[in-house]
Design a protein around this ligand. Structure first.
Ligand code: SF4
Length: 320
């Protein structure tokens, strides 16, 4: 890249409507970033490839994860690396043995095993055993597409761009109202802190994996973005891969959690005051109004969590 050909500033290419719910204030954006990284660093699933920065080990994990659930990838990944611990070992292996390993561990298309073997051969014969460190160079390896190249550059070398996969799109759509189009790349790059692709991409993918799944678990998972999240505020949890509202129970659970949290912060709250804080579209006489809120409180009361008190002048709710 030359001075006359600078990297485009993602912020400069943003259009109105790219992310209407993303905070505009730079300090607030920093708070968004810091909250996610702190949440990830406090606790996350401990996959073994998250404990290494060896590009070969990470590449194997990425290729295996493309079609297989992560819990099932762990033993296959460990066995694969025990048998072929380096690109040199893999390149020297018989391709048929690698394919047989792939099939016997039910890792999906056998072509991926062939590509992995070929990529190891490229590293050994063309690149003196050294992995490229940037996404562009990694994409020259056999079977390595943009997503995998970016993941390896991030997790091995902390030199990747923002990863955008289905999980990340779901998170960005819900949190910042990013529409279902090519704005995802721009917003993902804009939100990622400079030079922190390793922790950031791990963190946002973890958020999409354990908190912001197709049925979101905002409160149970302690999502760090509840303060800013558009979906959390509105109760609309649809997303590009979740075109209809997740099950009623799913979103109802969010509201139950929110009532408990709000009542935990106050001794008691009057019905409409609570309603307006629970959902932005609360209207006392509307579809999501007093009747809806009373139903929610009644469930919570049946569960022994909340008490509703009818007083002469008002109705209040409080924790039991
Ligand atoms: S608050 Fe809920 S919907 Fe919003 S980003 Fe977090 S988990 Fe997803």
């Amino acid at each position: 890249m030359t001075e006359s050909d600078p990297s485009p500033d993602p912020a400069a290419t943003l259009a109105d409507g790219d992310a209407p719910a993303l905070p505009a204030d730079p300090d607030e954006r920093d708070a968004v970033r810091e909250a996610l990284v702190a949440w990830y660093e406090a606790d996350h699933r401990d996959f073994p490839w998250r404990r290494t920065d060896d590009p070969y080990e990470i590449l194997v994990s990425e290729v295996m994860s493309q079609q297989t659930q992560l819990d099932r990838v762990v033993p296959a990944w460990e066995a694969f690396l025990e048998r072929w611990p380096s690109t040199a070992d893999l390149a020297a292996a018989d391709r048929g043995d690698v394919v047989a390993f792939w099939s016997s561990h039910s890792l999906g298309y056998n072509n991926r095993a062939k590509y992995l073997h070929e990529a190891a051969t490229q590293i050994e014969t063309d690149l003196d055993g050294e992995f490229p460190t940037e996404p562009e160079g990694l994409r020259d390896l056999m079977g390595v597409g943009p997503y995998t190249a970016n993941a390896v550059a991030s997790f091995a070398f902390n030199a990747g761009d923002a990863v955008v996969d289905t999980n990340v799109k779901r998170v960005l759509h819900r949190a910042f109202a990013v529409p279902d189009d090519d704005a995802f790349e721009r917003i993902a790059s804009l939100v990622m802190p400079d030079g922190e692709s390793r922790v950031w991409n791990n963190a946002i993918m973890e958020l999409g994996g354990v908190a912001c799944g197709t049925t979101p678990r905002c409160d149970e998972a302690g999502c760090p973005w509840r303060t800013w999240c558009h979906a959390y505020e509105t109760g609309d949890f649809t997303a590009p891969d979740v075109p209809t509202q997740p099950s009623f129970e799913g979103s109802r659970r969010q509201f139950r959690g929110r009532v408990i949290r709000l009542l935990g912060e106050q001794d008691e709250l009057e019905l409409d005051t609570l309603g307006h804080r629970v959902r932005v579209d609360y209207a006392p006489e509307g579809e999501y109004g007093r009747e809806w809120l009373r139903g929610l409180l009644s469930d919570l009361s049946d569960d022994g969590l909340v008490r509703v008190e009818e007083r002469p002048d008002r109705t209040v709710a409080r924790l039991r």
